[in-house]
Each structure stands twice: as structure tokens, then as C-alpha cells.
Design a protein around this ligand. Structure first.
Ligand SMILES: [Fe+2]
Ligand SMILES: [Fe+2]
Length: 255
């Protein structure tokens, strides 16, 4: 998807199907970016968040989320920090990759069922876009962590990667056998990320407003921010959109 989304302007005369596909995905990205900007307003954000603030996930999702969040807080601290965000963002991309892989597995099995194939294909489209969004998060946050100086190889790379491998396998299996729990687990993880970004903004807002952001990757993604405050606001809003969308998937697919 990412290749298609960011085709250079000089790309000439692609097949009609490709044009339609690109237009669809661009429109989806445009919708996301428009909503993300709307959510800068406290009033609009409250209105958007409230219907899903008190959603109650099932026991499977709650146990799995506990296994992610509690060790994470023990290793990286309870308070939000740049290094904790980097670990969160390495792990945050994983469910979307797992969902895509699991959806393709299901499409292999159920390709003859057009309605089911359509539902799965719609989910994979969204998960591909979310992967690109989370990739932007991890690249930009890693760049900020790099500026802080040396970081522990174990805490900075080894632990998040091991978490990611286990998370990928667990979510893949969960998505195949109990999709609701896989989506609810993502709701909980995204809610955690959303709350951590908000706390970070509340604690260090004044400092963050004085730190400019220069990121080639962020510009390439198509997002402009003046300083770290605006960057973290935009990341917070992305996580809120992912959080709500996880439950909307359940509502739409009735799984
Ligand atoms: Fe993220
Ligand atoms: Fe997210």
C-alpha cells in the first residue's frame, strides 16, 4: 500500500484499477488526516472519545493487555518518556501486520465466499494504512530518542523486538480463532498509548512547545508540525482514532 500511496508525480499512465485503488487509499488517508486535525480541539476530541471511553473488553483481551502493559511499565517506567514511546511504537505496528497476515490466511481458505472476502479485504486495507501510520510514529520517535544520546541495546531494541515477535504470533492466532478479542486487545493497547501521550503533553507541554521538529520521514508521510508539542498531539490523536476504529470493526463485522 505504501508504495501505491506515495507514488511520485512523474508516474505515468498506470492501469485503471491501480488508479482506483490509489484514489481509494488516498481518500482514506485524507479522511484520517482530516479527523486527526479535528481532534486537536478538546471539545471535538471529547465528543469523539466518549462513546468508547467505557467500552468493556472481554477477559481474554484484558489478560493479554495486562501481559503487555504491566511488564512494559516495569521495564520502562510508569510515567511516559521518549524511550518508553519508542518501545510502544515498535510494538504498536504489530497487530495491524498480524491482522493482515491472518486475513490473507482466511482469504486463502474462504476465497469462494465473496461477502466474506470483501469484509476481509476491507480490514486489510485499513490495517495497511495503520501500519504506515505506526511506522511514521516509530521512525519519528526513534529519531527523537537518538538525539537524547546513547540508549541501552537491550531495553531499546532486544526487549521490544522480542515482545513484538510474541505479540505477532499471539495476535495472529487470536485473530483466526476469536477476532473480537484481537480487536479488543488493540483497543486496550491503543488506549494505553493515547493516555500516555496525553500525560506527556500535560506534564511537559511548555518544554515541548520550545523544541522544533525536523523530520524528513514526517514530511514524506505528509504531516507538518512546528514543534514536539504538535507532534505528540498528532500522535495522540492517531492512537485515539485507532482505538475507536478497533471497536468499530467489531460493530461493523459483528464478530
Ligand atoms: Fe503509534
Ligand atoms: Fe496506534
Amino acid at each position: 500500500m505504501c508504495t501505491l500511496l506515495f507514488l511520485p508525480h512523474s508516474f505515468n499512465a498506470p492501469p485503471v484499477g491501480l488508479v482506483q485503488y490509489e484514489a481509494y487509499m488516498t481518500d482514506d488517508l485524507h479522511t484520517h488526516e482530516t479527523l486527526m486535525r479535528e481532534l486537536m480541539s478538546d471539545e471535538r476530541r471529547t465528543e469523539y472519545a466518549t462513546p468508547y471511553d467505557h467500552y468493556h473488553p472481554g477477559i481474554i483481551a484484558r489478560i493479554a493487555a495486562w501481559l503487555l502493559v504491566v511488564p512494559g511499565s516495569l521495564i520502562y517506567g510508569k510515567k511516559p518518556s521518549y524511550r518508553k514511546f519508542k518501545a510502544i511504537e515498535i510494538i504498536a505496528r504489530i497487530p495491524y501486520q498480524s491482522w493482515e497476515a491472518a486475513s490473507y490466511t482466511l482469504l486463502t481458505l474462504f476465497h469462494g465466499d465473496e461477502q466474506r472476502a470483501l469484509a476481509l479485504a476491507k480490514t486489510t486495507r485499513w490495517s495497511r494504512m495503520a501500519q504506515d501510520n505506526e511506522t511514521m510514529h516509530v521512525v519519528v520517535v526513534s529519531h527523537l530518542v537518538h538525539k537524547l544520546g546513547r540508549e541501552s541495546f537491550v531495553r531499546g531494541i532486544v526487549i521490544p523486538v522480542l515482545f513484538s515477535l510474541a505479540y505477532f504470533a499471539a495476535v495472529y492466532v487470536l485473530y483466526l480463532i476469536h477476532r473480537r478479542s484481537a480487536l479488543e486487545l488493540n483497543y486496550l493497547f491503543e488506549n494505553h498509548a493515547y493516555a500516555q501521550y496525553q500525560e506527556f503533553l500535560d506534564r511537559y507541554g511548555m518544554v515541548l512547545k520550545g523544541r522544533p521538529v525536523v523530520s524528513e520521514f514526517l514530511s514524506w508521510y505528509g504531516r507538518e508540525v512546528k514543534n514536539e508539542y504538535e507532534l505528540f498531539e498528532s500522535l495522540r490523536n492517531d492512537e485515539l482514532i485507532h482505538r475507536n476504529r478497533s471497536i468499530r470493526e467489531i460493530e461493523a463485522r459483528c464478530c
